[in-house]
Design a protein around this ligand. Structure first.
Ligand SMILES: *Cc1c(COP(=O)(O)O)cnc(C)c1O
Length: 336
């Protein structure tokens, strides 16, 4: 697929590493060979998957003459941190609208990404209650800024529109090349599935490359059918944007909801186990909201034999470790 037809800023300068996890695999019984793709090492303050998407989204903003970026996310949003970081780098103002999905969870003094919003000099933070219509909230702010002479550009939550998803179509193309060069033939890929752009772009790219490798999403928020439909719809929108005729079988879209626990961003014991195990075997930091829960899903699928003995499984590490510092108590309690 031709992605060169779209403007991008060039934030992703080289492929992210694909590495084996021998000690982690051994700790899980040694029968399944687990590998990791290190999108946590992407450029941008603190790294993570949103850099691939913002490479295209911010290029679109600049192409349209924007001088101000508005985006939204949860109170510890990695997406907000990275959008702000790239906006700063480009000399753009950046305003954040934060959704307090867990009532009372916004604390301007809290650590993690919230601290970094302030470190990076965010233009404004607007906090709205959970369930608020986020696009409308951002549009209200955009109207106000436009009336004051600014040229605002809205990036939706997670940069999960068709433009942002292009970043993960490219990631699948990148992986295809790396698998060939490194001679590693994966049987299965596990990806976190949140606002859906990562899962949708990656799966679309894999299908378009005829890789014939199942991709399993681990949901962090929505119920399975709702999440799968969101991924499926975004895949179609992204294929349309590219102008690519890709056959997208509905059954290729799988997003388990078994590892969400009590809700989005709320810790689970299995998440704490997964984050701690990867840290203590491979010195790699996951995050509590996305990659930690996704890894807890991978661990369960290994233990249940869904990922069979002898298989080579790739985990897409989407980043997020700055959020760990807002969850210290959770981890200290889990180790006690
Ligand atoms: C946003 C995010 C995800 C989920 O990606 P989506 O494209 O929103 O599905 C996964 N991991 C981390 C660390 C994230 O910040």
């Amino acid at each position: 697929m031709n992605l060169a037809q779209f403007p991008r800023r060039g934030y992703v300068k080289q492929p992210t590493p694909v590495e084996p996890l021998p000690s982690f695999s051994k700790a899980l019984g040694g029968k399944v060979n687990i590998w990791i793709k290190r999108d946590d090492t992407l450029p941008g303050t603190g790294g993570g998957n949103k850099t691939r998407k913002l490479d295209f989204c911010i290029a679109d903003a600049l192409a349209r003459g924007a001088d101000t970026i508005i985006t939204c996310g949860a109170v510890q949003s990695n997406h907000c941190r990275l959008t702000l970081a790239w906006a700063v780098k480009e000399g753009l103002d950046c305003h954040l609208v934060l959704e307090e999905r867990v009532p009372g969870s916004y604390n301007p003094q809290s650590s993690g990404n919230n601290f970094l919003f302030q470190m990076l000099g965010v233009s404004s933070v607007t906090v709205v209650p959970g369930g608020s219509p986020m696009l409308q909230e951002m549009q209200k702010l955009a109207d106000k800024l436009a009336a004051a002479g600014r040229k605002p550009y809205i990036i939706p939550g997670g940069a999960s529109n068709s433009i942002g998803a292009l970043g993960y179509v490219q990631c699948a193309q990148e992986l295809q090349q790396q698998m060939f060069e490194q001679g590693c033939n994966f049987d299965h890929v596990i990806v976190p599935s949140g606002s859906a752009g990562t899962h949708a772009g990656f799966l679309l790219g894999m299908l378009a490359c005829n890789m014939n490798i199942p991709v399993t999403g681990i949901g962090v928020n929505r119920k399975k059918p709702v999440q799968e439909q969101a991924v499926f719809d975004l895949m179609h929108q992204t294929a349309d944007l590219i102008g690519a005729a890709v056959n997208i079988p509905r059954e290729a879209v799988v997003a388990y909801d078994d590892y969400v626990g009590p809700g989005y961003s709320l810790p689970t014991a299995a998440m704490a186990e997964a984050v701690t195990l990867l840290a203590r075997t491979e010195s790699i930091l996951l995050d509590p909201v996305y990659s930690g829960k996704a890894m807890s899903g991978l661990i369960d699928l290994v233990r249940k034999g869904v990922l069979p003995a002898g298989s080579n499984v790739l985990f897409l590490h989407t980043g997020g470790s700055p959020a760990l510092y807002a969850y210290e108590d959770t981890f200290r309690k889990s180790w006690a």
